[in-house]
Design a protein around this ligand. Structure first.
Ligand SMILES: Cc1ncc(COP(=O)(O)O)c(C=O)c1O
Length: 387
């Protein structure tokens, strides 16, 4: 059986509850929510709203109707960035960002709509709140940062940065693609205004799910306008949430799966998922016979000696003498181990690590990864480095 260590791309396999929840919903209900007002439509609407309530609990957010569904985190990030920024605004971002943050911001900058500051990271791959504070200008409207980097695995100090953004009157957008369901977070206490999440990674749902949590301070213009299943008389998108940002038929089958994933996380507790991931990373590093043969970019000591403090369960390494793509292919073809080599859609982060343009080999664990998986991955890497 494949050893799947590409959970940062999408979690796999999904817990049984997710498969069963999707199948049950597809067979028993499956109508277009709200559209008809018949029993099945109402049931579908109820399922979606139930998922919003569960997500609100998970994120420490008191307004479930302001959790808007879209296709993935990319969709949520585009909704936020394009829905908030206006001509003449300044935005602050960082080199740790995924292209789903960098590209929409770069595009707005190239079009002359906004000015943009891209902050560096420290040697520990963190965004320093003091550096964020110094980057503010009178016209700064948005601070857009990742919560956990998909390249370095480091968890950013969002609460400290949220406080600064709030003091300066700017909005704080957090990309929680790698942290939702893995790192405990509290939307309100952490001073977040907009939180983009993807449903198919740590939240354990299927692909095609995700969205945006919209705090009350954030006025977001709709960028996807269309039918909302409710009042069709209005010439433009309604003001009310979630319909304001949810034009079009939602992915009900996907959301039915996501609901089960979130339910499971609430039962199991996010903090225990993080503990599980950190224990697995430690197993990997300590199981390697020759860890010194790998390039770690600072991660090995933190994982082995500090229990992965400040990190989620992913690590990027390189094997001297091998391109990351070669290592990925060898692990796949000779050992049936799935990892992700390359730039991970985060070119600036790899420039910071000094690994651009070839990237690293990323191993990422999930809720169903076992210690045995990690030992087998370590043995395979030892075999490759031993030649
Ligand atoms: C940090 C980060 N942000 C955003 C995304 C985009 O997620 P999605 O492809 O689900 O939109 C990813 C996906 O890998 C990610 O790791």
């Amino acid at each position: 059986m494949t050893i799947y260590l590409d959970n940062a791309a999408t979690s796999y396999p999904k817990p049984e509850e997710v498969y069963r929840g999707m199948e049950a919903f597809v067979r028993a209900s499956g109508a277009n929510p709200g559209r008809g007002g018949h029993k099945r439509a109402v049931e579908a609407e109820g399922m979606i709203n139930d998922t919003r309530r569960l997500l609100a609990r998970l994120f420490g957010f008191s307004r479930p109707e302001r959790i808007v569904f879209g296709h993935n985190a990319t969709d949520g990030l585009n909704m936020a960035i394009k829905g908030v920024l206006r001509q003449g605004d300044h935005a602050i971002t960082s080199i740790l960002e995924h292209n789903s943050v960098s590209r929409p911001l770069n595009h707005l900058e190239q079009d002359g709509v906004i000015s943009l500051t891209r902050l560096p990271a420290t040697a520990e791959h963190l965004i320093d709140p003091d550096v964020v504070a110094r980057a503010f200008r009178p016209n700064t409207r948005l601070v857009a940062l990742t919560h956990a980097s998909n390249v370095t695995g480091t968890i950013q100090p969002v609460a400290a940065i949220g406080r600064i953004a709030r003091e300066r009157g700017a909005l704080f957008l957090v990309d929680a693609a790698q942290s939702a369901g893995v790192v405990p977070l509290d939307f309100e206490q952490d001073g977040i205004d907009l939180l983009a999440f993807t449903g198919h990674k740590g939240l354990l749902g299927p692909t095609g799910t995700g969205g945006l949590v919209v705090g009350e301070r954030a006025p977001v213009r709709p960028w996807r306008e269309g039918g909302t299943g409710g009042d069709s008389t209005r010439p433009v998108q309604p003001e009310e949430f979630p319909h304001r940002l949810e034009g079009g038929t939602p992915n009900i089958f996907g959301i039915a799966g996501l609901r089960e994933g979130v339910r499971l996380l609430l039962e199991r507790r996010v903090a225990s998922v993080l503990e599980h991931e950190r224990a697995l990373m430690k197993t990997f590093v300590t199981a390697l016979k020759s860890p010194e043969r790998l390039q770690w970019y600072g991660a090995d000591k933190v994982i082995a000696e500090r229990n992965s403090e400040g990190r989620v369960g992913l690590v990027g390494v390189n094997l001297p003498g091998f391109a990351p793509s070669e290592v990925g292919a060898i692990l796949d073809e000779q050992f049936d181990i799935a990892v992700r080599p390359g730039l991970h859609c985060a070119p600036y982060a790899h420039k910071h690590l000094g690994t651009f343009p070839q990237g690293t080999v990323r191993l990422s664990v999930g809720i169903l990864t076992t210690a045995d998986d990690m030992c087998r991955a370590a043995a395979a890497i030892d075999e490759i480095t031993a030649g």
